[in-house]
Design a protein around this ligand. Sequence first.
Ligand code: ZN
Length: 250
Amino acid sequence: MTDATVSPADLETLKYRLDAYESLLQSFKAAGYTFSLFDSDGQLESGEILLRHDVDLSVDRALAMAECEHRLGVQSTYCVLLNAPAYDIVDPRTVRILQRISKLGHEIALHFDTHVYWKPTAEPHPHSVASKVEQELTVLTRVVGEEISSVSFHIPPQWVLGRSYDGFVNTYAPRFFEEIAYLSDSSQKWTTTPPFPNGLAETFQLLVHPGLWHDEHRPMAKIVRERCQRTHRAVDHYFDPLKLEEDRLR
Ligand SMILES: [Zn+2]
């Protein structure tokens, strides 16, 4: 267990274990921070953390993190993909998990993958981006059964960073990305580098990927390989009966 009395600013490294994550949240609370949701207007106060989760790998890990946060009275934003091979957004089990996360007091948001629509080098007009995002927001709103209005971009191209859009809240808008500090746990980098090397900012956005955190630390390469194998099995499960059918008809 990581000691919750240690200031996050003094951490040299961190294992990606849920209990270490819980201690990290406790130490933020002990330092007087509060946790806020993304909001289109409203002034950010000193001491606010915008805690965001991009769900790239597993809705189950997202739920485990959401429950951990709920125990501590922490609110955060879970951004989910409509078209990820790692999970099926319309699978009834996925929908139940997202609704459960929402019931725990968290916000469900869209994790939008521009790469489905455009090459990173082809900068579309912001109106085109907004239009596709709004289409996906409509779908996700129907699936989850609540109004979804915040958006994070998956592996964001340069042209969405520091930009505001009409119609939805971009978590990379200047007020959440340029005007406050921005930190992330990407690629499990905290295992080798200090999570908060410049001390703790007064207000900041913190991106944590739930799929990288487990009861015991597991290296990212292993996690990704296992998720990939699981997806392959699901693909086989779908196609195998069709292959048999084809053999029968041959
Ligand atoms: Zn992502």
